[in-house]
Design a protein around this ligand. Structure first.
Ligand code: NAG
Length: 306
């Protein structure tokens, strides 16, 4: 009796513990269903970025909370992040060149700086007035790219700002357009595919002339009588683990929000939306190009691209 009553609080504590564990399991299970990346915070250009080249072709608006890149027949221009990053969430609001943008390319990408480089690309290929832009994405790992995908967008990207973002962690790279995942590149290291994990990347944006290939494979040339071509940017959100260019790991690796379980894979709803993009808007996917790749690239199955 005496022993029993002494044990009671312990038993109750143990029962409470079981409940707490069970409830937090339920909670994390339900949290795992909603996995849009943490909401970006808009900051001025100069907080995270600086011009890369042709400084006089960048217009600053509203005290630098918004900028425009200008392309004319003399030059394009671009800007880059001040920091280098290993993993994180990188987001940009962009309004593409309006009207006749044929021959121009607007890019938003992450890239490491060494020879066997890693790169995560958004490239927006301009078009004649009223004709649709193409969004091309690519992933380079250890210097190897050849992973192009091309889609049409479900809106006119020249009419308003839209948000383009990259979520990059140890498990996956996700390309988002306005929170819709349009592409996923999972870590397929176990299948022999290199994955970007130890080379810090900078974020780059640029606008340039690429009329040798961009529009209808180079058939449509840039009409310089329509210059200057202007692309607008705002947001400038970067939430990444900042590292020196030589760093091989991130000091807070595993501890940031993007490392958590719910960001290691897309949830069922996100896979459905990705499927919607693939069914309705995909123009080209390297994963299904049996002429170029008689053997299916190993990551394609894991990325559910085939
Ligand atoms: C431009 O418009 C043409 C005609 O609609 C289309 O075939 C092409 O895919 C569009 N985009 C680019 C970048 O060529």
């Amino acid at each position: 009796m005496c022993i029993q009553s002494l044990n009671m609080p312990k038993i109750m504590a143990a029962t409470n513990l079981v409940w707490t564990v069970f409830l937090s399991f339920l909670l994390s299970a339900s949290l795992a269903v909603s996995v849009a990346p943490k909401r970006p915070v808009d900051v001025p250009f100069s907080r995270n970025y600086m011009p890369t080249w042709a400084f006089d072709h960048i217009n600053y608006i509203n005290g630098g909370s918004e900028i425009q890149l200008k392309l004319d027949k003399y030059t394009g221009t671009g800007f880059q992040s001040k920091g280098s990053y290993l993993f994180g969430h990188f987001s940009m609001h962009i309004k593409m060149v309006p009207g006749d943008s044929a021959g121009t390319v607007t890019a938003f990408y992450l890239s490491s700086q060494n020879s066997e480089h890693d790169e995560i690309d958004f490239e927006f290929l301009g078009n004649r007035t009223g004709q649709p832009y193409i969004l091309q994405t690519n992933v380079f790992t250890g210097g190897k790219g050849d992973r192009e995908q091309r889609i049409y967008l479900w809106f006119d990207p020249t009419k308003a700002y839209h948000r383009y973002s990259v979520l990059w962690n140890m498990h996956q790279i996700v390309f988002f357009v306005d929170n819709v995942p349009i592409r996923v590149f999972k870590n397929s290291k176990d299948l022999g595919v290199r994955y970007p994990f130890n080379q810090p990347m900078k974020v780059y944006n640029s606008l340039w002339n690429a009329d040798d290939w961009a529009t209808r494979g180079g058939l449509e040339k840039t009409d310089w009588s329509k210059a200057p071509f202007l692309a607008s940017y705002k947001g400038f959100h970067i939430d990444g683990c900042e590292a020196s260019v030589q760093a091989k790991f991130c000091a807070t690796q595993g501890k940031r929000w993007w490392d958590q379980k719910q960001f290691r894979d897309l949830d069922p709803q996100q896979y459905r939306r990705l499927q919607w993009v693939r069914n309705k808007y995909t123009i080209y996917n390297y994963c299904t190009d049996r002429v170029r790749f008689p053997t299916i690239p190993p990551e394609c199955k894991r990325d559910r691209d085939i």
